[in-house]
Write a protein that binds this ligand. Structure first.
Ligand SMILES: Cc1cc2nc3c(=O)[nH]c(=O)nc-3n(C[C@H](O)[C@H](O)[C@H](O)COP(=O)(O)O)c2cc1C
Length: 201
């Protein structure tokens, strides 16, 4: 299903067509494509080029690992995320490797890496749906994530599925409108709350 953003101003088609579906088909994502998606993440910018991210990835080709990762999601997310071929957890290193000083941009940089991956996925007809609804402590325990690294978000990658396969409430959300705050509410200039002059809506 396509759900292009109803933008107020023109943006690149890839960004317009990226969205977060919950209906996924179980069609596999090839290792070649997976390599390209994580290559896109690899080339994200980061503070001091620290690249403070790591990814745990499980595909349905490895049912044991996939089930283990699925068990870290809250039940709401498990119900739809289980159908996607790929499940992943984004992890951040919370201090600079060289100095040990806290890296206050680690979450920010990891989010940028996942954004890169999402756009690359869109360019290949795939979709990414990120999830805060998972249990970080369980992920640490089950996957041996070391001290100093924090699981930030889980996400699925997969081919789009049929919204009719979803339970009623999720189907309504799936086909419902996409909404965003207006630019004027968050693009400011001379002071907090003062919209930038180039912003009209
Ligand atoms: C960090 C993050 C956490 C999210 N957590 C969840 C989640 O736990 N469950 C879920 O169904 N969607 C989750 N979402 C998806 C958002 O609800 C979705 O991105 C937002 O509604 C905007 O929709 P769009 O991505 O289709 O434009 C999350 C998205 C992000 C970026």
């Amino acid at each position: 299903m396509q759900k292009p953003a109803p933008t107020h101003h023109p943006i690149h088609d890839l960004l317009r067509h990226r969205w977060s579906p919950r209906a996924f088909s179980d069609k596999p994502v090839s290792p070649n494509v997976l390599r390209s998606l994580f290559e896109a993440a690899r080339w994200a910018p980061s503070s001091n080029n620290e690249q403070p991210w790591a990814f745990l990835v499980a595909t349905r080709d490895d049912p044991e690992n996939h089930a283990k990762m699925l068990s870290t999601l809250v039940e709401f997310n498990q119900n739809w995320a289980k159908h996607a071929h790929v499940l992943a957890i984004a992890v951040s290193e919370m201090a600079f490797a060289r100095t040990g000083k806290p890296n206050r941009n680690a979450f920010y940089d990891t989010g940028a890496a996942v954004a890169h991956l999402s756009v690359e996925a869109t360019s290949r007809g795939l979709f990414v749906h990120q999830m805060a609804g998972f249990e970080p402590h369980k992920a640490v325990e089950l996957f041996g994530i070391p001290d100093g690294w924090e699981p930030i978000a889980a996400f699925v990658i997969g081919h789009p599925g049929d919204p009719a396969s979803l339970p009623d409430t999720l189907r309504e959300r799936e086909i419902g409108p996409r909404e965003r705050k207006p630019l004027s509410s968050f693009v400011m200039s001379s002071g907090w709350g003062k919209s930038a002059p180039f912003v009209k809506d």
